[in-house]
Design a binder for this molecule. Structure first.
Ligand code: G3H
Ligand code: 13P
Ligand code: ZN
Length: 306
């Protein structure tokens, strides 16, 4: 079936109080894992490609993801994650993406508004949805490492001004999450009051970046197989569930898939030193990623919504 727009999928999610995963993909196996889990659970999904993914896989990767998305039996949007410029967004719109993110959250408010508005005009003319961001997450943001203390949580009044001025379709908010596998000591604090305040003003679907759960079992398997991931921590499932009840509709997940992939590859190489068939190495990684996506779908509440 034709690809869905991001907005089609996310408006239904916000209205129905469930979350939809935006899973980052970089290759065949990740894309298969995500789509197979979503089809098994009858869940809609966004397949997200970052600029790093585009650089890594180029047009062949884009064509693979678009083609697999169109073949899927559940609604799929193909989304640019953290687009850094108007040109980058336009390139993806021309390639056939149905959703783009313009991330000028590190710029001043006026610049963020002006650049986002430009992308909205081009994207909407092509029937493509736009995600924008205000506030600043900790972790790696815009390819720059942002210390947790430099994160700036999204202010509700700014969010209201920003969405009215830009016409963007959904909004990434900084509410305590951060990218990567080290989201802070203990259980990272999520500002649920802030989510409620923003959602009370804005009817738009809200987006949680840096939402990976970094499950302990994956970190243990990774490290038991020779990995060296220290001080790993993720967003508690209950915080994701609560955030979804209050307006978060799109939940970005990349790190959990990276952990699953690497844990499974390490385990195979350790257990089968004589193996050199890539399919026997990548296949178990795909299986574990599929399981992780299924677990995420359960937390988001998107099963049966396709
Ligand atoms: O938020 C960023 C995503 O995890 C993508 O990361 O730019 O390394 O592909 P990447
Ligand atoms: P994680 O690093 O928590 O998986 O977040 C990914 C993300 O926000 C992609 O935009
Ligand atoms: Zn992100």
């Amino acid at each position: 079936m034709p690809l869905a727009t991001g907005l089609d999928i996310l408006q239904a999610a916000r209205a129905g109080k469930y979350g939809v995963g935006a899973f980052n993909t970089n290759d065949l196996e990740i894309t298969q894992a995500v789509l197979e889990a979503c089809e098994a659970a009858r869940s809609p999904v966004l397949l997200a490609l970052s600029e790093g993914a585009l650089k890594y896989g180029g047009k062949p990767l884009v064509d693979l993801v678009l083609g697999m998305g169109r073949e899927a039996t559940v609604p799929v949007a193909v989304h640019l994650d953290h687009g850094s410029s108007f040109e980058s967004c336009v390139r993806c719109i021309r390639l056939g993406f149905t959703s783009v993110m313009i991330d000028k959250s590190h710029e001043d408010e006026a610049t963020n508004i002006a650049e986002t508005k430009r992308v909205v005009e081009a994207a909407h003319a092509a029937g493509v949805s736009v995600e924008a961001e205000i506030g600043r997450l900790g972790g790696v943001e815009e390819h720059v490492v942002v210390a947790a203390e430099d994160a700036i949580l999204t202010k509700p009044d700014e969010a209201e001004r920003f969405m009215a001025a830009t016409g963007a379709d959904f909004l990434a908010v900084a509410i305590g999450t951060s990218h990567g596998a080290n989201k802070g000591k203990g259980r990272p604090y999520i500002d649920h009051k802030r989510i409620r305040e923003i959602a009370a003003i804005l009817p738009h679907p809200l987006v949680m970046h840096g939402a990976s759960g970094v499950p302990a079992y994956l970190v243990e398997r990774l490290n038991a197989a020779g990995g060296q991931l220290k001080d790993a921590s993720g967003i508690h499932e209950d915080d994701v569930r609560e955030a979804v009840q209050h307006g978060i509709a799109k939940i970005n997940t990349d790190t959990d898939l990276r952990l699953a992939f690497t844990a499974a590859v390490r385990e195979t190489l350790l257990a089968k030193p004589k193996e050199f068939d890539p399919r026997k190495i990548l296949g178990p990684a795909r299986d574990l990623m599929r399981q992780v996506v299924a677990e995420r779908i359960e937390v988001f509440g998107s099963a049966g919504k396709a």
